[in-house]
Design a protein around this ligand. Structure first.
Ligand code: FDA
Length: 391
């Protein structure tokens, strides 16, 4: 079989791999991106409900989880959200801020994929889809890769951009971790993150109800929407807090993050003490949640029957509702994988392995995980550029 020679082979045509190819190719060397999927950037395509939340105006190192919280700083500083916004604007892609600094395409996430493929084409980087790599071996100089069709390719540099384990149905594999282990890189514990939490049938009657919440766990809190589902809890507040939750931990929900329900209940008692407490709760919460809460706290009778102390007890239950999830929905629906290739083995400026020259890890496969809200793509762009410019 014929052997191809490349300066750089990038494994994975996702967000990080495509971005890296556009920069690595700019240095003049021959670049090949390999992916086993039928199309490039499949996760970009489905992201943000099809509109891709491609970055966040407020992205900062504090929005990322990693065993080494300092690791992401250099790459994020050298290719910022504003650099990506410039690129998007140069390609004439219309975008808007949805909420909390989250930037989305006005039309479709496919605009971002097209932009990245255009950038790659400009520098002559090649793309091979429907192709898997079965082996990566260190050669005297560089690497030899064996492809699923039996062909081998030679590369001076190999960039691992195969992403995390989330949504295996979309082509996620543990291949990147396998390569890391093969070259003696440590892997920090991986687990599903930005994922709904399960509670058996508890919340079935509330499925579809959404309400603003402050969700807290292990010292971190997020003020965002809570969504009840057939299987448990979801919505941005829960997805965010899931990254901080561990099996057996309780989460705390404050259903009144912006007001004091004790004051509201006292005021309503003064104004309309003859109203049933269930009716008053339904003025304060979505109907189904109000009736669920009345049942849960066994509330009956009129507001006037409740002393200040009792109203305080109710308010406490509404602002510090403690719940222990049975589990999470796992990689089937998780948006990202927490943990990954240990950053201790990587150069934070270049993403290159400290022990294997020419081997790079970028994007989600690395132990850097963003909050919900465009941060994970920003890490893909920043780490992709870091490796691409270093090559
Ligand atoms: P990514 O997963 O994008 O790419 C990896 C590529 O490697 C894939 O193309 C895969 O096919 C390929 N691959 C894997 N194994 C291989 C093998 N063995 N051989 C060959 N190829 C292989 N983030 C955000 O910031 N804003 C958002 O709006 C969203 N929305 C969102 C929605 C959903 C439903 C999900 C699942 C995820 C998001 N995310 C997100 C997260 C975001 O998609 C994710 O963090 C990035 O895509 C990670 O980029 P990578 O390039 O590292 O991996």
């Amino acid at each position: 079989m014929a052997q191809d020679r490349f300066e750089t082979v990038i494994l994975g045509a996702g967000a990080a791999g495509l971005m890296c190819a556009a920069y690595a190719g700019a240095n003049g060397g021959r670049v090949l991106v390999i992916d086993h999927a039928k199309a490039a950037g499949e996760k970009i395509r489905i992201s943000g409900g099809g509109r891709c939340n491609f970055t966040n105006m407020y992205a900062a190192p504090a929005n990322f989880l990693s065993a080494n919280p300092h690791f992401a700083k250099s790459a994020l500083a050298r290719y910022t959200q504003w650099d990506f916004v410039d690129l998007v604007a140069r390609h004439g892609i219309a975008y808007h801020e949805k909420t909390l600094g989250q930037l989305f395409c006005d039309d479709t996430a496919k605009d971002i994929i097209r932009m990245l493929l255009d950038e790659m084409a400009k520098v002559g980087a090649e793309l091979r889809l429907h192709t898997s790599v079965t082996e990566v071996a260190k050669a005297d100089t560089g690497f030899t890769l064996t492809l699923s069709n039996g062909q081998t390719v030679k590369a001076q540099n190999v960039v691992v951009a195969t992403g995390g384990k989330s949504i295996p149905k979309m082509g996620a594999t543990g291949f990147g971790y396998q390569i890391a282990e093969q070259f003696d890189h440590a892997i920090t514990e991986t687990r599903p993150a930005l994922v709904p939490l399960t509670f058996g049938d508890t919340f079935k009657p509330l499925a579809g109800v959404a309400t603003p919440t402050r969700a807290s766990c292990n010292g971190t809190a997020f003020d965002e929407a809570l969504l009840f589902t057939h299987r448990g809890l979801s919505g941005p507040a829960i997805l965010q807090i899931s990254s901080f939750w561990r099996e057996g931990d309780a989460i705390l929900l404050n259903l009144f993050p912006d007001s004091d329900p004790y004051e509201t209940l006292r005021q309503r008692r003064a104004e309309a003490g003859r109203k049933s407490i269930a009716t008053v709760l339904a003025e304060m919460l979505p109907n189904r949640l109000a009736s669920f809460t009345s049942d849960r706290l066994a509330l009956t009778g009129n507001l006037a029957d409740y002393s200040d102390a009792k109203l305080q007890d109710i308010a406490r239950e509404l602002t510090a509702w403690q719940l222990t999830p049975a589990g999470s929905e796992g990689y089937r629906t998780a948006e990202v994988t927490l943990g990954g290739v240990d950053t201790a083995g990587l150069n934070s400026k270049t993403m290159e392995s400290k022990s294997v020259p020419g081997l790079y890890f970028i994007g989600e496969v690395v132990d850097v995980t963003g909050w919900l809200g465009g941060y994970n793509f920003q890490w893909a762009w920043s780490s992709g550029v870091a490796a691409g410019t270093a090559i």
